[in-house]
Design a protein around this ligand. Structure first.
Ligand code: HEM
Ligand code: HEM
Length: 164
């Protein structure tokens, strides 16, 4: 029996242009993906059982802020590498839509948490009720396509294959 290795994949990996990073992701991107899934689950639990502030809201807000802190520098590096590696306009467009959704999701979450964070800083401030309601609406409806778009993004990325 000759070599059992898969030379086609090895060749594709070695020669494909614009390969800024690996194909299977990294431990970090996996951890960030898991963090995102946990936020979706805790967010949906918050929606289903509102008022569970100690067990759900604070872990959700803290986890969200921690994920944002980890994700932001990663996405800033991922963006130019991803734009250079994308070989399909449809992939680029859906990826940019994903980025816009994630921004809407995180920014609306932070804005909703702002009064509580300001309270800890000694300032009492609440936006108008309609503003909070609009933020919650944006947050809730961005969460679903942000999760679906992420799965799509991972599904559509350029897996190494023969002739790729
Ligand atoms: C919220 C925004 C985004 C998130 C969370 C995200 C996340 C990910 C993850 C986890 C992977 C797989 C792991 C990896 O290859 O490092 C990936 C792959 C990829 N992403 Fe993104 N991404 C985002 C936005 C974008 C944008 C705007 C583009 C621009 C086109 C892009 C282009 C790519 C490409 C080309 C790959 C595959 C790399 C390859 O095939 O070698 N991503 N993305
Ligand atoms: C900086 C990050 C984040 C912060 C500060 C944050 C903050 C919040 C806050 C304060 C609420 C309570 C809203 C309310 O009581 O009406 C909430 C709810 C929720 N969050 Fe987040 N969040 C963040 C990220 C995320 C992410 C990444 C997801 C999805 C993956 C998500 C999904 C949800 C959902 C589904 C709800 C329930 C919405 C509702 O009750 O209408 N959050 N979030």
């Amino acid at each position: 029996m000759a070599a059992v290795a898969c030379p086609a994949i090895a060749t594709a990996r070695g020669t494909a242009p614009n390969r800024p990073h690996g194909h299977g992701g990294s431990l970090r991107s996996a951890a960030q993906g898991a963090g995102f899934a946990a936020l979706l689950v805790s967010g949906l639990a918050l929606w289903r059982w509102p008022g569970q502030s100690l067990f759900l809201l604070w872990p959700h807000v803290g986890g969200g802020a921690a994920l944002l802190a980890a994700l932001a520098p990663w996405v800033v590096r991922h963006l130019p590498a991803g734009l250079a590696a994308s070989r399909r306009p449809g992939f680029t467009q859906t990826s940019l839509a994903l980025l816009a959704l994630w921004l809407a999701l995180f920014l609306s979450g932070l804005a909703m948490a702002a009064p509580a964070l300001l309270w800890f800083a000694g300032r009492v401030w609440f936006p108008a009720r309609e503003v909070t309601e609009a933020l919650a609406l944006v947050h809730f409806w961005a969460a679903w396509p942000a999760a679906g778009g992420f799965v799509l993004h991972l599904g559509l990325r350029h897996w190494p294959r023969e002739g790729a």
